[in-house]
Ligand binder design. Structure first.
Ligand SMILES: [Fe+2]
Ligand SMILES: [Fe+2]
Length: 294
């Protein structure tokens, strides 16, 4: 049998995910209930509101986020039922999931590798950029823009928290190499990248394939199953847009623009510049969203 030291990071990650007794964060019961409730076609807004209202802290946070500039409601939303009617079922489920995950991870130490605040800011900004792309392409998805943004780089947080020394070495090597994207360096040194790490975690949490798989392939579009390709491409371009604007920091020093992905969504390269300007103006709103989550 292999000793712990002999295992590759990939093997250790698989161990970490499979071993129920490890300290890998579990989702709070209320979130599991929300996921199960949301999956059921017969679920009504009242059922969902009932689940959320049982948790006062979560309800308060959802209302704070729902009233943030991101949702731009002219009148204050003062109840969960009202939030579901005004913002929509899908968005409320997303806010509940996203904010609980944020809470689960945000208090943990980041060992000063990647500033956690900057990483969350990047993740929120990817949600904003995704929404701009949705409007420009007139596409819509079963999962919300903000949820994809919030979760897309969550694998990095697992690396930072559970494999700090190994991940520090990856970041250091990326700085030295100068021209290697972070996901490539992760695969080379750890045998697994942050998008696959996120996928394994979300699968463990029973998240639906509609969110797991686009995130799994956001840096590897050529391998993405066709039915999830549009969403994976949106995350990829949103990620590029946020790096270009410098909103938050994801730890990736090499930012690639995939022109074929952009044109594949029916967008011109020029329209990307327009979105960059729009996204730059969102900066205070991104800060406001982060504040509402905390
Ligand atoms: Fe990423
Ligand atoms: Fe990212």
């Amino acid at each position: 049998m292999k000793r712990d030291n002999d295992l590759s990071i990939r093997e250790k990650v698989v161990d970490l995910i499979r071993n129920k007794s490890t300290s890998l964060p579990t989702l709070p019961v209320v979130i599991n209930n929300i996921i199960i409730t949301a999956k059921n076609d017969k679920t009504t807004a009242a059922d969902l509101a009932g689940f959320i209202a049982n948790d006062q802290t979560l309800s308060a946070r959802i209302l704070k986020i729902a009233n943030s500039v991101y949702y731009g409601q002219p009148k204050e939303i003062d109840s969960i039922t009202r939030a579901i009617i005004v913002i929509g079922f899908k968005e409320i489920v997303s806010i509940a999931l996203g904010s609980e995950i944020f809470k689960t991870f945000s208090t943990k130490n980041s060992y000063n590798m990647i500033d956690m605040n900057e990483l969350w800011k990047h993740s929120i900004a990817v949600g904003f950029a995704f929404r701009h792309l949705e409007k420009k392409t007139r596409m819509s998805f079963t999962e919300s823009a903000m949820l994809s943004g919030l979760l897309h780089d969550i694998g990095k947080i697992i690396f930072i928290l559970y494999f700090p020394k190994d991940y520090e070495a990856v970041l250091e090597e990326q700085r030295r190499a100068d021209d290697v994207p972070l996901d490539v360096m992760e695969r080379k040194m750890l045998g697994i990248d942050h998008s696959e790490m996120a996928y394994l975690l979300m699968k463990q949490w029973n998240f639906p394939a509609n969110i797991n798989l686009p995130i799994r392939f956001h840096h590897n579009l050529s391998e993405c199953p066709f039915e999830h390709l549009n969403m994976a491409t949106m995350i990829n371009i949103a990620d590029y847009l946020c790096h270009r604007c410098g909103i938050g920091f994801s730890g990736n020093l090499v930012i690639e623009r995939h022109d074929s992905a952009i044109t594949g969504l029916g967008l011109s390269i020029e329209s990307i510049d327009t979105i960059v300007h729009e996204l730059e103006e969102d900066r205070p709103q991104v800060d406001g969203f982060l504040e509402a989550m905390a």
